[in-house]
Unconditional design. Sequence first.
Length: 325
Amino acid sequence: MNVPSRLHPHAPHSISRAAAALLGDAQRETLTFRHASFPDRRGLKIHHGFCGFGTLMRITNAIRTRGRFLLKKAGLDLKRAIAGNPIWVDYGWMKLPYNGDGDRQEMYYHLDGKQWWEAEKRVLSAHVKPGFIAVDVGANLGFLTGLLSQLVGPSGHVHSFEPSPRVFAKLVEVVRTNALENVTPHNLGCGEKSAAMTLHVTRSSGNSCLRLRSEFASQVRKTQDVQIVGLDTYLSSKLPRLDFLKIDTEGFEDCVLEGARGLLSKFRPMIYIELTSEYIDCSRRAVSILKESGYWFEQEPALEKCHNGQNFFSFPPRCQSPEAT
């Protein structure tokens, strides 16, 4: 989990197995340099064979990215060896933990977090205002939660949902260390209704998913039992209103919306949702649910071309669409 498509200049690229070996990943798999919500995500899809100069340029860029990754990791590992585990790095805009536990998602925040933060702030500040009540579904360690906390201010509140127990522990520490007093973390996933489900855990926690596609099975390191709730059932009695709902759940967005139909009808929040060709059936159903609820898009998502990490705003009926003006 990511902003409107005009801010996504880099779609996933294909590189050869030889290039993958240079990057330290010789097996056929997807490496996604991503966080829950980044407008310039570099996805590297590894396939057989070269396809000319364009591929060579992509290989060069991939190697550079890998080099930056390894240098950053080496510096953080050194600090952790000296200071102990975990370490906290104050970037000014947010304090981030480094546990050195192999979670690539955590590393990506340190690597490109400043760029991500600035880009997301430009996009979200136009729609998230002081006093808003926001819900972050698929919060990971709390990167977007921290930005939403800043934007809604002391008079607002953020409810953050993260199903993974390991990642949730990081989220709690991020909230505590950054003194995000207007944030309530929930160690829960969101879906159509309350249920126990299996979370498929990948090397980058940002790619862990509840709905696993067969072609991604090789990326799964382990599975975990997690608890899922429907937002209608879980939050309706807790909220005086809901102004903003962000959903980034790796192919489970449609189920989150299905379990939030009542909230959508009652409060008409702005929706900020990941839609991707990688989970195109889910994305199509998510768009259908939103339209059935009266929501509209400023630009119709071209789902076949949407890459992982591409988020869209969906506007409630109370906001007048351009066609109506």
